[in-house]
Design a protein around this ligand. Structure first.
Ligand code: 5RP
Length: 290
């Protein structure tokens, strides 16, 4: 029983000040539970509504790709410049310090590698996702791929069911098969399927033509992957154009950790995403940064 000596009567009832009901800042996520919204608010900056995610999950299909040979040496120093880290549970447990405070978007599926048929994946147990304190689960969805479309869509559906149960949002990742055309028409289809099946946000690729239509028809936020390494000015241009077309951020990997100056690249991308810096100014920032 609390000590009642000196008990102060409650009196600050705020009469005349209605309790505020605030709309949630992220497109299409208003009707989710508190846990999902709270986790999304850790990934997306509520001030800008955007995010810079640092992707380093490539090893789960590619092995030790260039720049990720030693995640402890190349990625750990960058974490503080990202809004969110996207990685596998293996990387988390083996090399990411548990003392870091950034939210984790956990790669939540695994299966086949670049040596066989990609995307024949199964998903992690939700208990393990909770154990590593993930703020979101990322699942691959291979729309249009005969071998893996059904399995990966089912993975998304299952992960969303689990996520809704425990308050963890799901990132639908549009996987593009070798024979798939990477155009706005395809990405409208793929991103919409992810959102309609319950993803809270969707990761896809930027398209030169019609990317604004991909964003407009997707009822939840879109973040773009960087794709293969480009010259730094081109990668910044890609990020800039995607943001101008309505993307809510980036989830970039190779264009950061394969850059000559990964830390400077993180800073420049962040300025494009959160401060609306032009690609040209961001490239100057990149060159000026150590
Ligand atoms: C693979 C992924 C990767 O994380 C993604 O492709 C981002 O990395 P990059 O910017 O190197 O393309 O989701 O499915």
């Amino acid at each position: 029983m609390a000590d009642m000596d000196g008990f102060k009567e409650a009196e600050a009832y705020g009469f005349g000040k209605p309790q505020e009901n605030t709309a949630f800042f992220l497109k299409g996520n208003e009707n989710r539970g508190w846990g999902v919204k709270n986790r999304l608010s850790r990934i997306f900056n509520p001030e800008t509504g955007r995010t810079v995610m640092l992707a380093c999950d490539h090893g789960f299909i590619m092995g030790p790709t260039s720049g990720l040979e030693r995640i402890d040496l190349t990625i750990n120093p960058l974490i503080e410049y990202a809004d969110c880290l996207m990685c596998t549970r293996g990387a988390l447990r083996s090399v990411i310090p548990p003392t870091m405070s950034k939210p984790v978007c956990l790669r939540a599926d695994g299966g086949t590698s670049i040596l066989t048929d990609l995307n024949l994946n199964r998903v992690y147990d939700i208990e393990d996702v909770i154990r590593v304190n993930a703020s979101a689960m990322a699942v691959m969805v291979a729309v249009g791929d005969k071998a893996s479309e059904q399995m990966t869509t089912h993975n998304l559906v299952h992960t969303v069911d689990m996520g809704e149960k425990y308050g963890i949002p799901v990132l639908g990742v549009t996987a593009v098969g070798k024979d798939m055309v990477r155009d706005a028409r395809y990405f409208r289809l793929a991103t919409r399927i992810c959102a309609e099946n319950g993803a809270s946000f969707v990761k896809t690729y930027y398209t030169e033509e019609g990317f604004e239509t991909v964003v407009a028809q997707c009822p939840v936020p879109i973040v773009i992957a960087g794709g293969k390494k480009l010259p730094e000015d081109k990668a910044l241009e890609l990020a800039y154009r995607a943001i101008q077309a309505g993307a809510a951020g980036v989830d970039m990997g190779r264009n950061v950790f394969q850059s000559e100056k990964p830390l400077a690249m993180m800073q420049a991308i962040s300025a494009v995403v959160h401060k609306g810096l032009s690609a040209k100014d961001a490239f100057e920032l990149y060159n000026d940064a150590k």
